[in-house]
Design a protein around this ligand. Structure first.
Ligand code: HEM
Length: 138
């Protein structure tokens, strides 16, 4: 359950990340491959472009938190796509950890415990929607 207050925290903190989205994407993938180098070969495309896609998708989710119903079908499709990429359930935890770490780097002192928990809940919601759709499609 994501509360209205958490939605505000996530949306306000995301605004501070948007101007540095390119750097955040570089930090994110650097951290991800440090946490699990085995993930690196899964990414075949240009990493800058990949970073842009990731940031765009997170941005769309953040902008639509008040009406998540509207984006659930797109998130489910993304989950099925990730099944095709060979993504395993446990890898969602590693991606979540890299994302939270990146937000911490980008936000500095503004990354309070409340902001961290709000992001963790939002990421968890997206990840479980993706995993459920992948399981149903498998
Ligand atoms: C909430 C979680 C996630 C979001 C929002 C997300 C978002 C995206 C997006 C938007 C794309 C581009 C899809 C397209 O081209 O149409 C993508 C591709 C991809 N994602 Fe994710 N992703 C998530 C979790 C993960 C996880 C856990 C992994 C595991 C390592 C992963 C690995 C990949 C790979 C390998 C690709 C394809 C890269 C390529 O084409 O070379 N993603 N992701």
């Amino acid at each position: 359950m994501v509360t209205t207050e958490q939605i505000n925290l996530v949306q306000d903190s995301w605004k501070q990340v948007v101007p540095i989205a390119d750097q955040a994407a570089v930090l994110f993938y650097g951290r991800l491959f440090e946490l699990d180098p085995a993930l690196k070969p899964m990414f075949k495309g240009d990493m800058l472009e990949q970073g842009e896609k990731l940031m765009r998708m997170v941005g769309i989710a953040v902008d639509n938190l008040e009406r998540l119903d509207a984006i659930v079908p797109a998130v489910q499709d993304l989950g099925v796509k990730h099944l095709e990429y060979g993504v395993k359930n446990y890898q969602y935890d590693t991606v979540g950890e890299a994302l939270l770490w990146t937000l911490g780097q980008g936000l500095g002192d503004a990354f309070t415990t409340e902001v961290m928990v709000a992001w963790s809940d939002v990421y968890g919601l997206l990840a479980s929607t993706m995993k459920d759709a992948a399981r149903a499609a498998a």
